[in-house]
Design a protein around this ligand. Structure first.
Ligand SMILES: [Zn+2]
Length: 369
């Protein structure tokens, strides 16, 4: 067993990381890149565990278990709470890392979504990366090297992950105990996205949300129906996101209250926390809605595949009857316009357009065809 077992379809990357753990080509700053779902943060965390493990990442010792649970004293994982990582947060982590690495102990900092660093925060990291404490290792994750300022990326060794195939992902799910058929279905539906496949295989709510998205094409008979479908999709995405964030937020507020009470001078702390929580909630809602839109885009791509008689495997192979009906019902040009409308909606939401407004515009465009 090895901490790298959790990666799938990344043979070359795993060999080079294993070599680095043995000291070959080791350096103190790494940048893990790859498309969403390729497992950037999974790879960075596995590498962190391997660097901290006395056995090079056995996956079984106390150190590996602590690294897995993010409770290892010499591991910090920075997850952007909101839409960007603040400079305060970056400075705090850099300080902690410098302290922890005294005496030459290995201390690993993983920064997930480093593309969400503000410019100032990126500069705080840059300083740490330029003049590292001995023993400090920084693992940054971002979709592509261009997502980071050139000054930062030029100091990092690049690790490029590829999107695993559906077979790779299905294998991985099976290895973690998911029944074979469910694993194959989830891997195909998730289109190579490892985290999404795992959610679809194990989480009833993720499956319900996907079904809702795929029902949209059948709910466009009237303008009223199209607007209802939009409201339902946004509502479900927000509900799913809120359930995930509210629990964490309540625990955070309670922890703060235990630590500082409610006395004079604590109001600022509570309002800072509330601000951070609101920002995280907004991001979770947007991410959740985006996943639904990815599912919807895949549906229309499947329709186009059927219309063109292409041999590409279908993402929604389990719904081939419905796809065939939809394919007979429209011209390929119209399907392409619909795919473009879904992509435009994703872009609008990423650019801060009110989600309901963007999705209403989408369902009306889908209805027009
Ligand atoms: Zn170990």
């Amino acid at each position: 067993m090895s901490v790298f077992d959790r990666l799938t379809g990344q043979g070359a990357v795993v060999s080079s990381l294993e070599a680095a753990v043995r000291g070959e080509g080791m350096t103190h700053a790494w940048l893990f890149t790859g498309p969403p779902g390729s497992g950037r943060s999974i790879a960075a965390r596995a590498f962190a565990a391997a660097l901290l493990c006395p056995d090079g990442g056995c996956g079984e010792c106390a150190s590996c278990h602590q690294a897995d649970a993010t409770t290892h004293p010499n591991l910090v994982v920075v997850q952007p709470a909101g839409l960007s990582i603040s400079v305060d947060e970056a400075r705090r982590v850099v300080r902690t890392a410098a302290l922890a690495a005294t005496g030459g102990r290995t201390h690993v900092v993983v920064v997930e979504d480093a593309d969400r660093l503000t410019e100032q925060a990126a500069n705080a990291w840059l300083k740490a990366i330029e003049e590292p404490e001995p023993g400090c290792v920084f693992l940054l994750c971002a979709p592509s090297p261009e997502d980071l300022p050139p000054t930062v990326r030029s100091r990092c060794r690049l690790v490029t992950l590829r999107l695993p195939t559906a077979d790779d992902v299905a294998d991985l799910l099976r290895r973690s105990g998911v029944p074979s058929d469910l694993a194959a279905w989830a891997a195909a539906a998730a289109q190579g996205h490892v985290g999404r496949a795992r959610a679809l295989a194990t989480d009833e709510e993720a499956r319900a949300q996907r079904e809702q998205a795929l029902r949209i094409p059948a709910r466009l008979a009237t303008v009223g129906e199209a607007l209802h479908a939009a409201a339902d999709l946004v509502g479900l995405a927000e509900g799913e996101a809120d359930r995930r964030t509210k629990e964490v937020a309540a625990a955070e507020t309670e922890a703060l209250s235990d630590a500082v009470g409610k006395g004079r001078g604590t109001a600022g702390l509570y309002s800072d926390l509330a601000k951070k929580q609101r920002s995280r909630e907004t991001r979770a809602r947007r991410d959740s809605l985006d996943r639904a839109l990815v599912d919807l885009a895949a549906w229309y791509r499947d329709v186009l595949t059927v219309q063109l008689g292409a041999r590409t495997p279908l993402v929604n192979a389990d719904q081939s009857d419905a796809l065939r009906i939809a394919a007979d019902d429209a011209a390929p040009e119209s399907t392409m316009r619909r795919i473009e409308a879904v992509l435009a909606c994703r872009e609008a939401i990423a650019a801060n357009v009110t989600p309901l407004l963007a999705v209403e515009r989408l369902t009306l465009a889908l209805r027009a065809g």
